[in-house]
Design a protein around this ligand. Structure first.
Ligand code: 5GP
Ligand code: ZN
Length: 297
């Protein structure tokens, strides 16, 4: 049942986000950004001491994402940066046409679809990592060409990820530690949640089988929190064990010479912020004091 003491999600979105002319693309208000800022600080306090920090831009190398196999798994979600090329004359001619977009050509850049993609080649280029694992705290604006635009599904959103590259044991225990930490965080913030097995939205018929196998092998879990409704809670975090998928691609090895395994733990910042307002309402002074304190709001 929905908590009827709180406004509906469309009222919350109208108060916190301003439409920016395309579905799933919004301007963020100051209040919304204060919640995001609080969440980011809280994630920083929770990261492991040795974590190395990188902030990635919202674009990445197309070649690196191709090598990562993204086109096999999620071609339907990818956005590629296209530009007009040529000399002044040909560019002017292109933009004067009504269908000027036909003059566009793909560049060597794509829009980053998840914050962790750029980290694996970066680590691989440095050589082997310690057996007990190396950890990273990465963030990026992400883009996914989503076809539905229900509340909480954005085309452009921020993702913060904690990543481990190490032995299978190191990678898995990192994921377990983060699931425990995420539960503590959700409780402290007063959020109702469940941790559920999940799968990625792999493309096509083969993709359906990949998704089934991902669930069977317990490779992905999500933290679901009511945002739109209690009955259909929203994935606000994910806990992903890639086994040696990325290590095979990038030849990521541990010092013992074996292929590394990797895990990533992703926080969807806009969804977490919406979950806070959906749960506690728009009147921040009336939020539970523990949540306000943690978020410095
Ligand atoms: P994943 O890589 O597991 O699909 O996504 C990681 C996290 O990013 C999700 O748990 C979610 O919080 C956030 N996320 C994924 N897709 C979207 C989206 O379409 N809109 C928003 N706002 N967040 C998303
Ligand atoms: Zn990831």
């Amino acid at each position: 049942m929905r908590d009827t003491s709180q406004p509906r999600i469309d009222t919350i979105i109208n108060a916190l986000l301003a439409p920016a002319g395309a579905p799933g693309v919004y301007a963020r208000t100051e209040l919304f950004e204060r919640a995001i800022e609080g969440l980011m600080q809280m994630i920083t306090r929770n990261r492991e001491p040795a974590a190395e920090v990188f902030t990635f831009p919202p674009v990445m190398s197309r070649g690196l994402l191709e090598t990562a196999g993204y086109l096999k798994s999620f071609p339907h979600l990818l956005g590629c940066v296209s530009c007009l090329r040529g000399d002044e004359g040909s560019i002017r001619k292109a933009v004067e046409k009504e269908d000027w977009v036909e003059g566009l050509g793909a560049t060597d850049l794509v829009l980053t679809p998840a914050a962790c993609y750029p980290i694996y080649p970066l680590v691989a280029a440095r050589g082997a990592v310690a057996n007990d694992g190396q950890t990273f705290d990465v963030s990026s604006y992400c883009f996914r060409r989503e076809t539905t635009h229900e509340a909480g599904r954005l085309q452009s959103f921020r993702m913060r990820e904690n990543v481990c590259v190490g032995t299978p044991q190191a990678a898995l225990s990192f994921r377990d530690r983060w699931i425990a930490r995420a539960e503590t965080i959700a409780k402290q913030l007063g959020l109702r949640y469940q941790i559920a097995p999940a799968s990625d939205p792999f493309f096509g018929r083969v993709g359906k089988m990949m998704a089934l196998s991902q669930v069977e092998q317990a490779l992905k879990f999500e933290m679901l929190i009511p945002v739109r409704s209690e009955e259909e809670p929203t994935a606000c975090m994910s806990f992903n064990y890639h086994q040696n998928h990325f290590s095979e691609i990038w030849n990521l090895r541990t010092k013992d010479g074996n292929l590394a395994h990797t895990t990533c733990v992703a926080f969807g910042l806009e969804r977490l912020a919406l979950a806070l307002f959906a749960t506690h309402g728009l009147d921040v002074p009336r939020w539970p004091s523990a949540a306000r304190q943690i978020l410095a709001m």
